[in-house]
Design a protein around this ligand. Structure first.
Ligand code: SAM
Length: 283
């Protein structure tokens, strides 16, 4: 990057650099990164296309462009993302919440009474817990995660949404859930089979926490552990809802049935892929 860089010229250069590096949405990422760095929104960028960039602005954007070119997720560079239309802080300690996970929130909301207590297993950034508590003012929630670093981010996000009094965070393993009963248990656990690791996009494989991704040889380890505890951890009539990988619908549904859960359902995401399995404890 030399002198006389206008905003539009830099945007074009970044777009072609990102394209060359295999980034999925090169123009959008260039716009979001540049807007973030200059403290503008995207409309602000369009209105300032002819503005020349200062040397210090160019110096600040250069390392970010390089990191995105190395396929570091855009959200880690921005330090935030949106889930359920809520801004959330994200760092490499947490999985970047995905839009597909919002169908888990949708399905959970269909099954919630006015009051209750929910458990979000593998809460990560707190995305699911926070979305549900926002929508359910009569509810309390508990988020559990094995990663203390992830819980620090969840804690920040709960506070940012003024939910720290209604949301409790626990460090623990999903193999031993809290010894109490919940009205709803939701989880987006790690579910990628070990052998699929090499096929993941560089953004995921090289930057997101492996702990948040890998679900054992067949990807189903966490579902086995969760369904084994459904009887002890759900009130009669309570629901267990989990996000699944696109080809795990039959296997996870079978685990739910074997655990005695009823009213089983499989929900597809908006891309048409199986995404959520749910079931209810009898009673
Ligand atoms: C796929 S991420 C989901 C994060 C967040 N709920 C979301 O949907 O964006 C899975 C989360 O489970 C946590 N985790 C992995 N193994 C765990 C275990 N054995 N016990 C509890 N949490 C675990 C990871 O640290 C990670 O935060």
């Amino acid at each position: 990057m030399s002198e006389r860089w206008t905003l539009l010229k830099l945007l074009r250069w970044m777009t072609s650099y990102f394209t060359e590096k295999g980034v999925d949405n090169p123009r959008l990422d260039a716009e979001l990164l540049l807007a973030h760095q200059l403290g503008l929104d995207r409309v602000g960028l369009y209105l300032n296309y002819d503005r020349p960039l200062t040397t210090s602005e160019l110096g600040a954007i250069r390392p970010l462009v390089k990191r995105r070119g190395q396929r570091e997720p855009l959200q880690y560079l921005l330090g935030s993302t949106e889930f359920w239309s809520l801004p959330l802080k994200v760092t490499p300690a947490v999985l970047v919440p995905r839009a597909d996970t919002e169908v888990l929130v949708e399905e959970a909301l269909k099954r919630c009474a006015a009051h209750g207590v929910l458990l979000d297993v593998g809460t990560g950034s707190g995305a699911i817990l926070i979305s549900l508590l926002k929508e359910l003012p009569g509810w309390q929630g508990v988020g559990i995660d094995i990663s203390p670093a992830a819980l620090d981010i969840a804690r920040h996000n709960l506070a940012a949404h003024a939910l720290e009094k209604r949301g409790q965070l626990l460090n623990g393993d999903l193999a031993a859930l809290p010894k109490r009963r919940f009205d709803l248990i939701v989880s987006n656990p790690p579910y990628i089979p070990t052998a699929q690791w090499d096929e993941l996009m560089p953004e995921v494989r090289d930057y997101e926490p492996a702990l948040a991704l890998l679900g054992g040889v067949d990807g189903l380890d966490c579902y086995r552990r969760l369904t084994a505890q459904a009887d002890d951890c759900l009130h009669p009539g309570g629901w267990l809802l989990v996000e699944i990988g696109a080809d795990q619908g039959d296997a996870v549904t079978a685990l739910f049935a074997a655990a005695g859960l009823t009213e089983l359902f499989l929900r597809h995401d908006y891309g048409g892929h199986p995404r959520v399995v749910g079931g209810q404890r009898n009673g």
